[in-house]
Design a protein around this ligand. Structure first.
Ligand SMILES: [Zn+2]
Length: 175
């Protein structure tokens, strides 16, 4: 068992990586076209989440619930905020609507408004930078591989100029 794992690891390390476009082309050719069709029905989640959030907040503000129900309603509100974000994520990737950039932008604003995040910033940060460099410790803005690097990024004044440059915002750093 151990020797077979060692062999597999050796094979993976020896594998030559191709540009992402090569894998995309191969996967696309092997999957049915309906897999890539936009899922319009997911738009219905936007009014559902907004209704749950609004109703939950109003009910909590009215103070009419027994104390035991308050954390449950709070969880529903939180889950709906997260749900809005997931819908916004798919929407701004083009998985729900294709084209119609203004409509996508307006709906993206609604989905990310609770987090004060504009669709333009999300697309630049997430679609272009994160997905182009996923898990790259230097260029992925969502990647903080170690606590030491994180500490350097949030407290750059205590580090040297060289360290600050390497640990700064991933999106702006290019090596
Ligand atoms: Zn994504």
């Amino acid at each position: 068992m151990l020797s077979s794992l060692g062999t597999a690891r050796t094979l993976n390390l020896d594998m030559e990586l191709q540009p992402a476009s090569v894998y995309v082309k191969e996967l696309r050719a092997g999957l049915p076209s309906k897999v890539f069709a936009p899922a319009h029905s997911r738009l219905w989640w936007i009014p559902v989440h907004l209704a749950l959030i609004t109703t939950g907040i109003l009910v909590l503000a009215a103070g009419v619930l027994p104390w035991i129900a308050v954390p449950l309603v709070s969880l529903v509100i939180g889950a709906s905020f997260a749900g809005l974000t997931f819908v916004g994520h798919e929407l701004l990737h083009g998985g729900i609507i294709r084209g119609h950039s203004r409509l996508r932008s307006v709906l993206g604003w609604i989905c990310f408004a609770p987090f004060n995040l504009s669709p333009r910033l999300w697309i630049a940060w997430h679609n272009r930078t994160h997905h182009a460099h996923t898990n790259d410790p230097v260029n992925d803005p969502d990647m903080y591989p170690t606590r030491a690097r994180y500490d350097e990024a949030v407290e750059p004044s205590s580090r040297s100029t060289t360290s600050r440059s390497a640990a700064g915002a991933g999106a702006a750093h290019s090596v």
